[in-house]
Design a binder for this molecule. Structure first.
Ligand code: AMP
Ligand code: MN
Ligand code: MN
Ligand code: MN
Length: 285
């Protein structure tokens, strides 16, 4: 049976590898069904498809849309969508432009703390000038000696409530789901354990709303989850009739906790998000 990984990032967003190297690495680590899911950006998909054909990998198109639910930021992965869909292109371009505005305000907030040049520094780490992420800020702040690690940057400066954090209104979660459906794809709630849902009804409320919005699947097995959470989200997937997905959220050989191919398989009593995809024949063989 093949190995699936339906969530990873290239240099088109905040990953550190070019698309061809990313696909080659996934292939070398045994991944047979792969989705490239850059943040708010589908420009790498064409290249990924070409690289996948050279490495005996089945590629499905993907994107990770920055969205919000109840005032918190949530990520909705779109899988097997038409990456050339015009409405999708317009909406993603708008989000990327908003990212640039947010980045300017983040630069200002660091300047107000006496840390100058952070926006230009972050830009130098962003290979795609139209996609500026907090990760690029974090890499700059580590390499310029302000913090010892990317994790420390987020903990000290860039999480909600911290002085370099800039709150942003992303696309409502149900609109992100509708956008993905409009492009013919399946909508997957990414890394659910990462969201701070206390006081908002917890994960049950989030998954119920996602399901009610027409969301198709949830990441049950992902790097953000510890083993007890695999079982917790497997149960929630069944409870809310969501398909199950698996994704490492791989960004970089240096930074990512889980390598391609190292996640456990989905439990056979879950229905996989790829269950009826022709590309997923390798998963049944
Ligand atoms: P953004 O979409 O620009 O707000 O940035 C979110 C990205 O920052 C995520 O996709 C992760 O790659 C990264 N990130 C978020 N929280 C952390 C953290 N605590 N440690 C390391 N990276 C993080
Ligand atoms: Mn990221
Ligand atoms: Mn994410
Ligand atoms: Mn991701």
């Amino acid at each position: 049976m093949g190995v699936a990984d339906l969530h990873c990032h290239s240099r088109f967003s905040d990953g550190t590898l070019p698309v061809d190297a990313l696909v080659a690495l996934a292939a070398a680590r045994g991944v047979r069904l792969l989705a490239l899911t850059d943040h708010d950006e589908v420009s790498g998909v064409k290249e990924a498809r070409k690289a996948a054909a050279e490495h005996d990998v089945r590629l499905v198109s993907g994107v990770e849309i920055s969205a919000q639910w109840q005032g918190i930021s949530v990520h909705v992965v779109g899988l097997r969508l038409d990456e050339n869909n015009p409405e999708l292109a317009v909406a993603l371009a708008r989000i990327r432009a908003q990212r640039n505005e947010r980045a300017e305000r983040m630069g200002d907030s660091f300047a107000a703390m006496g840390i100058a040049g952070v926006l230009d520094g972050a830009r130098a780490y962003a290979p795609n000038p139209n996609l500026l992420s907090r990760t690029h800020f974090a890499r700059h702040l580590v390499d310029s000696g302000v913090c010892a690690s990317v994790g420390e940057v987020f903990a000290r400066f860039m999480k909600p409530g911290k002085p370099g954090y800039v709150k942003h209104e992303w696309l409502p979660m149900d609109a992100a789901v509708a956008l993905i459906h409009g492009a013919g794809g399946r909508a997957v709630l990414a890394h659910p354990s990462r969201y701070e849902t206390e006081g908002l009804g917890g994960k049950q409320a989030l998954l119920r709303d996602f399901s009610d919005a027409g969301g198709d699947a949830v990441e049950v097995v992902c790097a953000a989850h510890y083993p007890p959470e695999w079982a917790e989200y497997a149960a929630l997937a069944r409870k809310f009739s969501l398909l199950a997905s698996i994704g490492s959220d791989f960004h970089s050989p240096m930074e990512s906790r889980v390598k391609f191919g190292d996640l456990p398989r989905l439990s056979p009593n879950l229905k996989a998000v790829w269950h009826d995809w022709p590309e997923a024949e390798c998963m049944h063989a």
